[in-house]
Design a protein around this ligand. Structure first.
Ligand code: SF4
Length: 342
């Protein structure tokens, strides 16, 4: 199969049956992965602060500075959460929180250095999303390259692509005008790759985005990967509308599976396509038949839980689902960047 264009992708979305999408997606999946085999991680998202000035209208998590209910986790709280994760057999932490004007880049560098010192290689952590990275670099009056270097010195290996939702300038203006522009997002991600750190692509569907916007997001992601080769994976999850200003209704699991298939077909240059147990629960595993090859089992994420996500903590019961679909599943440890392993 040759590379599909945006026009091909539009036609596939509008006209292909589920079976046709599955077949094409499996063809691309097989270039990278063994059939009927999937990998997974047990992880925890640590939401270190809910104070945020970005005011995204799809977010049920944040409070503004000086509003009641704002918090910043102490280092003791953070360590306790990591210890709990280790106790259940997990080893990946993702730090994610609001744009809190009281927390400068140095706060994060100190925190990440302390985590690295205490846990060494027993855990890996996603330090920030690109959205937070852009905000912190800007507040510190640093270029993206300088901010990436500072974080790397603090022991950071990964700054992931979270917070991207839909990467079109129009979507950003409609829903998250204080967060970042698409141009800033990719400039920052390029600096992260050039600093020798690892990064990922993400996407969230199910707001009011058009098919054109979904395709533009995929096109920008594929172009970035062609240019840099820096994206380890692509993870797509679905918008949870409960308690948010934007509200709305959730998309169906079938729409999600079809989008995973389209992403697998289109992103022929990204090794891993990941399905979201956090937002799709057991339905996420059916996406393995639509081209996904990897997933997280999260034990906490306040951001999506506040918007209606529910988390199953019986990991054995969850893993029984992909097995019942005919997949062998294997635990995967987060990789260290090659530039830092010498
Ligand atoms: S999604 Fe993130 S950046 Fe946007 S308001 Fe919520 S916490 Fe802030």
């Amino acid at each position: 199969m040759t590379r599909v264009s945006v026009e091909d992708a539009r036609r596939l979305w509008e006209e292909a049956s589920d079976e046709e999408l599955q077949q094409l997606a499996q063809e691309v999946r097989h270039r990278w992965h063994e059939p009927n085999h999937a990998t997974y991680m047990v992880m925890r998202i640590i939401n270190y602060t809910n104070v945020c000035v970005a005011q995204c209208d799809y977010c049920a998590f944040y409070v503004l500075p000086n509003q009641e209910g704002g918090y910043v986790l102490s280092r003791k709280d953070v360590f306790a959460k990591i210890d709990e994760l280790l106790d259940v057999g997990g080893d990946l932490v993702a730090f994610n929180g609001g744009f809190n004007p009281k927390l400068p880049l140095d706060f994060y560098c100190d925190l990440f250095a302390a985590v690295r010192e205490r846990y060494g290689d027993r855990i890996e952590f996603y330090a920030l999303t690109i959205a937070e990275f852009v905000y912190l670099a800007d507040r510190a009056n640093l270029t993206h390259a300088e901010a990436a270097a500072r974080l790397r010195e603090a022991g950071v290996h990964w700054i992931t692509g979270g917070g991207s939702e839909i990467l079109t300038e129009d979507f950003r203006k409609r829903h998250a005008k204080f967060k970042y522009t698409v141009r800033e997002y990719f400039e920052a991600q390029r600096a992260i790759v050039e600093a020798g750190l690892k990064t990922t692509a993400t996407m969230v569907i199910g707001f009011d985005e058009t098919l054109d916007e979904r395709l533009e997001h995929l096109q920008r992601t594929r172009d970035f990967q062609d240019e840099t080769g820096g994206l380890f994976s692509f993870l797509c999850w679905t918008y949870k509308p409960y308690g948010t200003e934007f509200a709305g209704v959730e998309i169906s699991p079938r729409e999600y599976w079809r989008h995973i298939a389209l992403s697998r077909i289109f992103l022929d240059n990204v090794k891993h396509v990941r399905t979201s147990v956090l937002t799709q629960n057991a339905d996420a595993f059916r996406a393995l038949d639509f081209g996904a090859d990897d997933f997280d089992l999260p034990i906490e994420d306040e951001v999506t839980q506040k918007a209606g996500a529910t988390i199953e903590l019986d990991l054995g019961r969850l893993l029984a689902v992909p097995r019942s679909l005919g997949y062998t599943v294997e635990y995967r440890r987060a990789e260290r960047p090659a530039a830092l392993t010498a």
